[in-house]
Ligand binder design. Structure first.
Ligand code: FAD
Length: 392
C-alpha cells in the first residue's frame, strides 16, 4: 500500500497548480488522471495559444450562486502571481484584447511550465489511471486506483466538469461530492454557441461566417463584442459570454449599432441623403451582404425620403433592439465550461476544503464558480488550486 500526504485526482489546470503549491511546501503529492496526457484542455485552449489569464480579473467576472465565494482565493493568488510564473519561465505572451493574455507561441508552453514546476516540487503524476473507489478512513482516505490500493491524508478533486466529453470530461467530481454528502447545484453548458431552428435559421445560414460588433444583453447582463453567424445559429465572443447568463426560453437582445443612437443616425441620413436607399445607407456600417440580407428580411429598401418617422423608428428598433429567442445551445459538446457544480456553501472559501469531510477538497471547474470568456476560467483554476495547495 502506497501512502501520500496528498492525492490530487485530475491533472488539469487546477490539479497541477495544487500539486505544485503543495509540493513546494514539502508535501508528498501524487496526481492521478485517467487520460493518457496531462492538461489536455490547456493544450486546446485559446485556439491553441491558451488565454492563460486576464489582467483585469475581478470577482465580478465570475458566475456563482455565491458571488463572494471566489474573492478570497482570487485575492491570495492573483493574475499577477501567475504572470510572474510565466515570466520566470521566459514564456513569450501578448495581450490580445480586453486584458486577455495569450501565449505568442503555443499553449504547450504553459503545460510544459506546469509540468516542470511539478517536477521541481517533487509532485508525481500518474496517467492512464482510473479511480475505482474512495473511502474515508481515520487518517484520511483510502483509494483503489488502477487496481492498486493507495492512501492519503488529503484528497483533492480536480476532475473538471462536463464540457467536451470527447476530451474525457466526466461527472466523476460530482459523484465523489455526492458520495460525501455534498450538494451539486444544477449544471448547464456555458460559453457555448446558440442553435437557431426557427424562422431566423435561413438568415443565420445565409450570413454564416460573417461577424459584426454588437452589444448583446440578457437577464440584466450586457457584453460588447462581436457576434458570428453560423450554419447552426449564432456564436462569437458576445454570444458565448451571454450564453452563460441565458436559460432555456429566454430572449436575448442584440444592438447591431452599439456606437450610435440608431434613430438619430437614420434621421440624419434621411436629411443628408434623401435619395439613397436604406440598403446603401446600411452598407456604410455593415458589410454589403449583411445590409442586403437585413433589408430583405426585415425592411422594404426604398429611398430614405420615402420613410415616415414611424417607419424609421421601426427600422431603428430592429437594428438596435433585435430580439432573438435561441432554440437552445450546442450543449456540452462544444461548451468551454460548465455552469453550476459543487455548492460553494459547503466549502471553505479560503482553502477549498469541504465543510463536511475533513481533508477533502474541490478545486477548478467542478466547483460552482465559472469565469467569463477571456482567461478567467484558468484564473479560477490557478487561484483555487493554489488555495487548496496551501492547505493540504
Ligand atoms: P480540466 O482542465 O478539465 O482537468 C480535469 C482533469 O481531470 C483532466 O485532465 C481529466 O482527464 C481528469 N479527469 C476527469 N475525470 C477523471 C476521472 N474520473 N479520473 C481521473 N481523472 C479524471 N479557459 C481560459 O481561461 N482560457 C482559455 O483560453 C480557455 N479555452 C478553452 C477552450 C476550450 C475548447 C475549452 C473546452 C475550454 C477552455 N477554457 C479556457 C476553459 C478551461 O479549459 C477550463 O476552465 C479549465 O481547464 C478547468 O480546469 P480544471 O483543472 O478544473 O479541469
Amino acid at each position: 500500500m502506497s501512502h501520500y500526504d496528498v492525492i490530487v485526482i485530475g491533472a488539469g489546470a487546477a490539479g497541477l497548480m495544487c500539486a505544485i503549491t503543495a509540493g513546494n511546501r514539502g508535501r508528498n503529492v501524487l496526481v492521478l488522471d485517467h487520460a493518457n496526457k496531462a492538461g489536455k484542455k490547456i493544450l486546446m485552449s485559446g485556439g491553441g495559444r491558451c488565454n492563460f489569464t486576464n489582467m483585469y480579473s475581478e470577482p465580478e467576472n465570475f458566475i456563482s450562486h455565491n458571488p463572494h465565494f471566489c474573492k478570497s482565493a482570487l485575492a491570495r493568488y492573483t493574475q499577477w502571481d501567475f504572470i510572474a510564473l510565466v515570466d520566470k519561465h521566459g514564456i513569450p505572451y501578448h495581450e490580445k484584447k480586453l486584458g486577455q493574455l495569450f501565449c505568442d507561441n503555443k499553449a504547450s508552453d504553459i503545460l510544459t511550465m506546469l509540468l516542470t514546476e511539478c517536477d521541481d516540487a517533487g509532485a508525481k503524476i500518474q496517467l492512464n489511471t482510473s479511480v475505482e473507489q474512495i473511502e474515508k478512513t481515520e487518517q484520511g482516505f483510502a483509494l483503489n486506483a488502477g487496481n492498486k490500493p493507495l492512501t492519503c491524508e488529503s484528497l483533492v478533486i480536480a476532475t473538471g466538469a462536463l464540457s467536451i466529453p470527447t476530451m474525457g470530461a466526466t461527472g466523476f467530481g460530482y459523484d465523489v461530492a455526492r458520495q460525501f454528502g455534498h450538494s451539486i447545484l444544477s449544471t448547464r453548458a456555458g460559453l457555448v454557441p446558440f442553435v437557431i431552428t426557427n424562422q431566423l435559421k435561413p438568415l443565420c445560414e445565409a450570413l454564416s461566417g460573417s461577424s459584426v460588433d454588437t452589444t448583446v444583453s440578457c437577464n440584466g447582463q450586457t457584453f460588447r463584442e462581436n457576434i458570428l453567424f453560423t450554419h447552426r445559429g449564432i456564436s462569437g465572443p458576445a454570444i458565448l459570454q451571454i450564453s452563460s447568463y441565458w436559460r432555456e426560453g429566454d430572449e436575448i437582445e442584440i444592438n447591431l449599432l452599439p456606437d450610435f443612437n440608431a434613430e438619430s443616425w437614420l434621421a440624419e441620413e434621411q436629411s443628408g441623403r434623401p435619395n439613397a436607399e436604406l440598403r446603401t445607407v446600411l452598407s456604410d456600417v455593415f458589410t454589403k451582404k449583411m445590409a442586403t440580407l437585413f433589408c430583405e428580411n426585415w425592411f422594404e429598401s426604398k429611398p430614405m425620403k420615402q420613410y415616415t418617422p414611424a417607419e424609421l423608428e421601426k427600422v431603428a428598433a430592429q437594428l438596435s433592439e433585435w430580439k432573438i429567442t435561441p432554440s437552445g445551445t450546442e450543449g456540452y459538446r462544444t461548451a468551454e465550461v460548465t455552469i453550476g457544480g459543487v455548492d460553494t456553501n459547503e466549502l471553505s472559501s479560503k482553502t477549498m476544503m469541504s465543510k463536511k469531510v475533513e481533508g477533502l477538497y474541490f478545486i477548478g471547474e467542478v466547483v460552482d464558480v465559472t469565469g467569463w470568456l477571456g482567461g478567467f476560467n484558468f484564473s479560477w483554476s490557478w487561484s483555487s488550486g493554489h488555495a487548496a495547495g496551501e492547505s493540504v
